[in-house]
Design a protein around this ligand. Structure first.
Ligand code: SF4
Length: 268
């Protein structure tokens, strides 16, 4: 078995890698998480994984893709159901990459987390496996979660405080998720920016965009949604050829970090 292990972060990878190695499976790690924001957080998690992979001698493939804008656009229609899109994006790209690079199986460290929707994640992985014709190796790594996190703390690895996207960051620090508020009890939470205020701001911004010769956001979104022209398709195909030829092959020591790639839910 040649296994590609999608890795969301170094702490979560510990129990999964140990469990796989105990089974006699040597995984190759795969970094692809355009859902992690902001950039400083993305870099902190990515760099921690590269350092940990080097420490334990595990091969690591990097598909570096910081995706704030495309991610937010992709989940904007239904932000409360955003995890569906997020899982599909990451499982889909992992399956595609596995297939394209000669791996027989793939799985993900997301299956270690008791905070993820395990069943939904599994469905997304199975769908991606069927789409790309590569086997999905299901493992419930959750029993190792606490021990893995304890090992991560002992190794002084970077430990994130929220799942990944800006929405989960907000939930982590508000009462909505049941998490303890970060603010001191006497500190007032910020007042919400209402839809009505946003609409007024958009209205006020329109002439400013026009004066500056810029397209307003709504126009940009419409342009993005329009079917691509033949020239745009040819350009996208050329970029894809270049990207698939360039991505990968880097291991933890090489740390082959490339430029931003297109979001998998859009245009691939
Ligand atoms: S909460 Fe986590 S899994 Fe859900 S969309 Fe945000 S980063 Fe993805």
């Amino acid at each position: 078995m040649k296994l590609l292990l999608h890795i969301c972060c170094a702490p979560c990878s510990i129990a999964c890698i140990q469990s796989l190695r105990a089974e006699g499976i040597e995984p190759t790690g795969f970094w692809y998480n355009p859902n992690i924001h902001p950039l400083t957080e993305y870099r902190a998690r990515r760099d921690a994984l590269q350092s940990y992979a080097a420490q334990i001698g595990m091969a690591l493939e990097m598909h570096d893709a910081y995706g704030l804008r495309p991610f937010v656009r992709a989940v904007a229609e239904d932000m409360d159901a955003r995890c569906v899109t997020c899982y599909a994006a990451r499982m889909r790209e992992t399956a595609r990459y596995a297939r394209a690079h000669g791996f027989t199986h793939f799985t993900s460290t997301l299956f270690v987390s008791p905070y993820q929707d395990h069943a939904l994640l599994r469905a997304a992985a199975e769908q991606a496996a069927a789409e790309f014709g590569v086997a999905f190796l299901y493992r419930d790594f959750r029993p190792g979660f606490r021990d893995g996190q304890a090992q991560a703390r002992a190794l002084a690895l970077y430990m994130q405080k929220y799942c990944g996207c800006v929405f989960s960051e907000e939930e982590r620090y508000t009462k909505r998720s049941g998490a303890k508020p970060a603010a001191k009890p006497t500190e007032k939470p910020p007042a919400p920016f209402t839809e009505a205020e946003a609409a007024l701001a958009r209205q006020a911004a329109m002439p400013l965009f026009q004066a500056a010769g810029l397209r307003f956001d709504a126009e940009q979104a419409k342009a993005d949604a329009a079917p691509p022209t033949a020239a745009a398709q040819a350009l996208a195909a050329a970029m894809e050829r270049e990207r698939t030829g360039a991505v990968g092959g880097g291991d933890a020591r090489g740390g082959d970090v490339r430029g931003v790639a297109p979001h998998p839910t859009r245009g691939q």
